[in-house]
Design a protein around this ligand. Structure first.
Ligand code: ADP
Ligand code: MG
Length: 240
């Protein structure tokens, strides 16, 4: 479980997260929506200890993420993260890209790491691209490669930050299908997205962020289907 208790985060004098409280249970899919600059990405970075926090506490499976004694590298093995921009190694095949972390970080043998990589690539529908170089693939395929790389660490949690935002429209669907598959397999996920119909379809809960606070949170039928906050209504009417 991910527990976020009264978390505040600033960049200099700019307060970006203002007392966030949020729990994500095992197996839950939480979508985070909200305008650009509302603090969505920052929250994900704080969960993964890529950013320090100034107040409150984040616990992942009971471990204090920002605790002085916490082994953040060990923690991050349990939390996969995929960003908007794919960042695979261009000089390695897809198989080599995915096998890298199991080999280096998990200490698997070369054969084991390749076996894991082939399995995860097959899982995201790239089973016929094992020897392809990322630069020879579409943006949608490269994002699925990035997802396979994260899955190869067998994470307990996945954080997705606008993974379809940089894609041509015709490539969005294949990546969303992959996310949906993961949700159906029971993966615990936090999904920052502007794909509102998708969020409605796939999420257990939706959180609407506004200026560093959670303005509204609840099941998609409420937050997207029948929002109570005027700000949520306005945001949804703008993105639709
Ligand atoms: P979102 O993902 O919702 O668009 P972000 O979490 O990226 O929002 O950003 C929230 C606010 O924090 C924005 O005003 C942004 O400019 C600011 N910010 C984000 N990262 C940094 C940083 N590394 N240094 C200074 N300001 C930052
Ligand atoms: Mg962002």
């Amino acid at each position: 479980m991910i527990e976020i208790n009264n978390v505040s985060k600033s960049f200099g004098s700019l307060e970006v997260l203002k007392g966030i409280d949020l729990k994500v249970e095992k197996g839950e899919v939480l979508s985070v929506i909200g305008a650009s600059g509302s603090g969505k990405s920052t929250l994900l970075y704080c969960i993964n200890a890529l950013e320090p926090i100034q107040g409150g506490e984040i616990r992942v499976d009971g471990i204090d993420v920002h605790g002085a004694k916490t082994d953040v590298n060990k923690l991050r093995r349990h939390i996969g993260m995929v960003f908007q921009q794919w960042n695979s190694f261009p000089h390695m095949t897809t198989l080599e890209n995915v096998a890298l972390a199991p080999r280096i970080v998990l200490g698997k043998t070369k054969a084991e790491a390749r076996e894991i990589a082939a399995r995860q690539l097959d899982h995201v529908g790239l089973g016929d691209k094992l020897d392809t170089y990322p630069t020879n693939m579409s943006g949608g395929q490269q994002q699925r490669l990035a997802i396979a790389r994260a899955l190869a660490m067998e994470p307990d949690y996945m954080l997705f930050d606008e993974v379809t935002s940089a894609l041509d429209p015709e490539l969005v669907g294949e990546v969303l299908d992959t996310l949906k598959m993961l949700s159906e397999e029971g993966m615990t996920m936090i999904l920052v997205t502007h794909e509102i119909p998708f969020a409605r379809d796939v999420s257990d809960r939706v959180a609407f962020f506004r200026q560093g606070v959670i303005e509204e949170i609840g099941p998609p039928s409420q937050v997207i289907g029948d929002p109570t906050s005027e700000h949520t209504k306005q945001f949804l009417s703008n993105v639709r």
